[in-house]
Design a protein around this ligand. Structure first.
Ligand code: X5A
Ligand code: ZN
Length: 664
């Protein structure tokens, strides 16, 4: 199952025909450079190319009014003067004789994408379109948008495929008010948007873009607004919102389809957003959404006005859609205070709607209004003149994202004799007898009850980790006689011989002795149902869940709100995922965990399991090969003790780990 790419040059054939400073950034080159970069990087060729189509009136009328459609239909026949005049009734948008045609293609491209994903012809995809859609409303064009591509797509899949729940993630830097209005009372569409807001001073300057606007009637809770009240937000700020708001709610909601309003004006260098998140953040945002809805994800271009930043961000997104390992997430120093304030406000505003947020700090209403109103006074920053500002933003530099290559071997397996190697994986064994020196060392350190088989297995694991380090192999699975021993052996090799940082994730109650974890070379996170004897410290974190790993809800919340932020901030070069016998974790939860952890360490993850866990081989390999995990279904409320345990841990650890912070 592949990744669709939908693009047609025709959508470059309209442009601004008069002078309008507000619209001059929306240029045909946006599509030319985006597609060009995909071709240059060999990404276009790896996608399934699907033709666009013209949307029909019926498609457009799923969201827009007949009067509006009829009015737009006349624009191809208007004179320049008439077009200017027509444009005046809307905000920050322009018309052109060919824009109606392009708008039909943009919507048609979006619908082609969702059709191909819903029918299983492809797993996911990107539609590169112009004009964008998320600002347009039932009867109005707005913000360069004519028809609301993504909102219509959501209605379309509900109607055509009977889809029950759609998640719309709007990572564009503007608030997609058109999408919000379309679904404000509809609980079947969860709309998430972050946007530059500056306490309502930023376009479109709407009261209804603030965090306390959450949807109406049955749809209360299914609109999530995250206002950015300062510019220059960074990767940490974006990831914090994903870990502590979007992902927990999205997993609880359990969409059947994920639509992304993929605007890249939220990236560094963009003249509209003025944010500082680097293009590689989109590798992670995309990856983190790819295990929802069984992997059914459709990204549709919205904004993005710095051509270089846009092209890089588009490539990062497509790399992830194709399953290429994500680059290491560099220098995550935790969210800034303004981002934390927004985070806290959003969590508080939504705590009555989502059980995963029940334990979020409750902000008293009086506090909320002061945070909201904080208007004018303290925000009077030195107003640079527009020309100076434009120059500064244009001069912004950032490192070129590193090349993303999947190693020649994606997944290698070390299995006991007689166990068949799953399809698509590579059986891994030593090409020659293990080095006697290595074996001797192993015997001294790990293999007390000397067993030649163990020596061979452990030597293989060491060789496998060496190959991962050289990027010849991406990930691995090993079934071993003693997972604790194998874990210690691999961790020690990686941290000493390779001087790497290793994230060790243990799942289950089996006793796992840890040593030497205070040097920062390993970070151990251990999920179990037993109160641990281990002393909690910065680098050894026992997570005790009442039902252990057998309660999907409690476990997933701990993974999203605790393990991922820790992992991202720690930035390991290797992840060791260890399942101890009788962990009680079910396959689909295990696959979610395996899938999510591949966002770390460039996908270098080694999974260790006990040798009799044969039925786990196929699901684990499937995840390691990049298949989407099956959906967990709507999650019930996690056991309150578990939510509280995670919340308490977060409170204790947040001084050491900034990505765990959820309050100022
Ligand atoms: C799709 C999009 C931005 C409009 C900005 C108007 N529109 N000032 O990014
Ligand atoms: Zn935008």
């Amino acid at each position: 199952m592949g990744t669709a790419l939908i693009y047609d040059e025709e959508m470059t054939r309209y442009k601004l025909l008069w002078v309008d400073p507000a619209c001059k950034i929306e240029v045909p080159e946006r599509l030319v450079v985006s597609y060009g970069a995909l071709v240059e990087n060999g990404l276009a060729d790896r996608c399934v190319s699907i033709p666009v189509r013209e949307a029909t009136d019926a498609d457009i009328l799923l969201v827009h009014s007949e009067e509006y459609l009829e009015a737009v239909k006349k624009t191809p026949y208007m004179t320049l003067e008439e077009l200017k005049e027509f444009t005046l009734q809307y905000g920050d948008v322009y018309f052109h004789p060919n824009i109606y045609h392009c708008a039909k293609l943009a919507l048609g491209a979006t619908l082609q994408l969702v059709d191909n994903v819903m029918t299983g012809k492809v797993r996911n995809g990107l539609a590169l379109v112009r004009p964008p859609g998320h600002h347009s409303m039932r009867s109005a064009a707005s913000g360069f948008c004519i028809f609301n591509n993504v909102a219509i797509a959501a209605q379309y899949v509900k109607q055509k495929y009977g889809v029950k729940r759609v998640l719309i993630v709007d990572w564009d830097i503007h608030h997609g008010q058109g999408v919000q209005y379309s679904f404000e009372d509809d609980p079947s569409v969860l709309y998430f948007s972050w946007h530059r807001y500056e306490h309502q001073k930023f376009w479109p300057n709407l009261r209804e873009s603030d965090f306390d606007v959450v949807g109406k009637e049955k749809g209360a809770g299914s609109t999530i607004n995250v206002p950015w009240n300062k510019v220059k937000m960074q990767n940490s700020d974006y990831l914090s919102i994903f870990f502590h708001v979007l992902l927990p709610v999205a997993y609880e909601f359990s969409p059947d389809l994920v639509l992304v309003c993929a605007g890249f004006d939220s990236a560094i260098g963009d003249p509209e957003g003025e944010m500082c998140a680097t293009p590689d953040i989109f590798a992670h945002l995309t990856h983190l959404l790819m295990n929802l809805a069984g992997g059914k994800l459709c990204a549709v271009l919205e904004g993005g006005y710095n051509l270089k930043s846009l092209a890089q961000s588009v490539c990062q997104t497509v790399h992830s859609l194709l399953g290429d390992p994500a680059p290491r997430p560099a220098n995550l120093e935790g969210p800034c205070n303004s981002a934390l304030e927004s985070l806290q406000c959003v969590r508080s505003a939504h705590r009555k709607y989502w059980s995963c947020l029940k334990h979020a700090a409750d902000l008293p209403t009086s506090d909320i209004s002061t945070k909201r109103i904080k208007l004018a006074e303290d925000e009077e920053e030195e107003k640079l003149d527009e020309v100076e500002k434009e120059k500064l933003i244009a001069a912004m530099v950032w490192p070129q994202p590193v090349k993303r290559v999947t190693p020649p071997t994606r997944t290698a397996v070390v299995l006991p004799d007689g166990v068949a190697c799953p399809d698509r994986c590579k059986h891994f064994s030593l090409s020659e007898d293990p080095d006697p020196l290595v074996v001797q060392k192993l015997r001294e350190n790990f293999i007390k009850d000397a067993d030649d088989k163990d020596a061979v297995t452990l030597s293989s694991l060491i060789a496998l980790v060496d190959k991962m380090e050289k990027n010849e192999i991406c990930s691995g699975l090993a079934l071993v006689r003693d997972v604790s021993m194998a874990m210690r052996c691999v961790a020690q090799h990686a941290t000493t011989a390779l001087s790497n940082r290793v994230l060790v994730v243990c799942v289950g109650d089996g006793i796992v002795p840890h040593r030497g974890t205070d040097d920062g070379k390993t970070l151990v996170v251990h999920f179990s149902s037993k109160e641990s004897e281990e002393q909690e410290c910065k680098y050894l974190i026992p997570v005790c869940l009442k039902k252990g790993c057998s309660d999907a809800s409690g476990f997933i919340q701990a993974v999203l709100g605790l393990l991922l932020p820790l992992g991202y901030e720690y930035d390991p070069s290797l992840v060791l995922l260890v399942q101890t016998p009788g962990s009680g974790i079910c396959d689909s939860v295990w696959q979610q965990l395996t899938g999510l952890l591949q966002g770390l360490a460039q996908g270098h993850i080694l999974v260790l399991m006990q040798e009799d866990e044969r039925t786990c081989i196929d699901p684990t390999c499937s995840s390691l090969l990049g298949d989407a995990a099956p959906s967990l279904g709507q999650l019930h409320a996690a056991p309150p003790e578990d939510v509280e345990a995670v919340e308490n841990l977060r409170q204790r650890l947040k001084a050491d780990w900034k990505l765990l912070q959820t309050t100022e």
